[in-house]
Design a protein around this ligand. Structure first.
Ligand code: NDP
Length: 309
């Protein structure tokens, strides 16, 4: 039976072979080399651009090749009874937290201001800010957010967290729900977004949310571009209400040539590289989920379609 890969730009080379080695009894094919549509039982993809999924009457499961499955959930061709799984890679979570620590330290230690001073040819020391005075709020306390909040707290930043359901994390006061959102915004000198992207969280960081953050605060987004209303962010940067932003993700990737991020002095950005999935880890989990499907056992890391993540 066939396991079908949809190649994407960010798919590491050799990925299909890594999986094939784990499941010699299955046939791993790479789209558009589909073979018999009836034989396709598993599909692996990261983007919804596979309008062809409806062609496979015996599809048993869809595996996201990454941690997020938000784009797959918008694919109407994935039948409701077909489970969608994500990858859970602890190494990726560590990388995501490292990226975020870097951004938090960048703004906390005023690296954005030193960059401007250097560009102006000025040798000038700026004032000191105590770690204990830089309050960091982490939106989303899932696999990435939980580790990030703990590591920030270990660096002695006063950290608070926010999620959909109540959470308990040692040393990190946690909020949830709409009231909790107001609360965390108001006490975040640096706001980190680690939310899942769902219809509820799409555009959650808009003009109202940004206005609720303290003047001179910073935004760090490791999650999805869709969480931030980019026009509102740039307006807040222009007004000075938001003093800087660290972005790994954009609503449209890559951003258009006239997107302000290319030139804005208060934006530090990277091209969606905060955390990589290890193909070996992902292949282990996919092979295990194929085995579980065959054995009629519950799959690992299934996306809850009602929650959207
Ligand atoms: P998880 O699914 O593990 O966690 C998502 C978190 O979002 C949970 O804490 C969840 O709350 C919270 N959440 C979802 N909806 C709401 C809501 N309406 N209100 C409040 N909280 C909500 O995701 P991950 O930690 O694995 O990933 C986090 C983000 O990072 C995702 O958007 C993912 O796509 C992105 N990502 C980005 C990468 C990059 O390279 N930039 C790489 C990997 C992931 P609760 O815990 O209560 O369910």
């Amino acid at each position: 039976m066939t396991v079908l890969f949809w190649p994407s730009d960010d798919l590491p080379e050799g990925w299909p072979a890594i999986l094939q080695a784990r499941i010699p009894e299955e046939e791993v094919r790479v789209w558009p080399d589909v073979g018999s549509p009836e034989a396709v039982e598993f599909a692996i993809l990261s983007h919804p651009g596979s309008g062809e999924l409806g062609r496979f009457p015996n599809l048993k499961a869809v595996f996201s090749e990454g941690a997020g499955a938000d784009s797959l959930l918008t694919n109407p061709d994935i039948p409701a009874h077909v489970p969608i799984t994500r990858v859970f890679d602890p190494d990726q979570a560590r990388e995501m937290s490292e990226w975020t620590l870097y951004m938090v330290l960048h703004f906390h230690r005023l690296m954005h201001e030193y960059a401007e001073l250097r560009a102006a040819g000025r040798w000038q020391a700026l004032g000191r800010r105590n770690t204990h005075d830089t309050r960091v709020g982490v939106l989303g306390l899932g696999i990435m957010g939980d580790l990030t909040a703990r590591r920030l707290a270990a660096l002695e930043f006063p950290v608070t967290g926010w999620s959909r359901s109540p959470k308990q994390i040692d040393g990190v006061p946690c909020f949830h729900g709409a009231e909790g959102f107001e609360e965390i915004l108001g006490r975040s000198d640096i706001l980190v977004c680690g939310l899942a992207l769902t219809p509820e969280t799409h555009g959650i960081i808009d003009a109202t949310a940004l206005a609720a953050m303290p003047r001179g605060s910073f935004l760090v987004n490791m999650a999805r571009g869709g969480h931030v209303v980019e026009d509102d962010l740039f307006a807040a940067l222009e007004s000075g209400h938001i003093a800087g932003a660290g972005l790994d993700v954009f609503e449209v990737e890559p951003p258009a040539p006239d997107h302000p991020c290319w030139t804005h002095p208060r934006i530090v950005w990277t091209p969606h590289i905060a955390g990589f999935v290890d193909p070996a880890t992902a292949a282990d989990q996919m092979a295990e989920n194929i085995r579980r499907t065959r054995a009629g056992e519950p799959l690992l890391y299934v996306i809850d379609r009602n929650k959207g993540y």
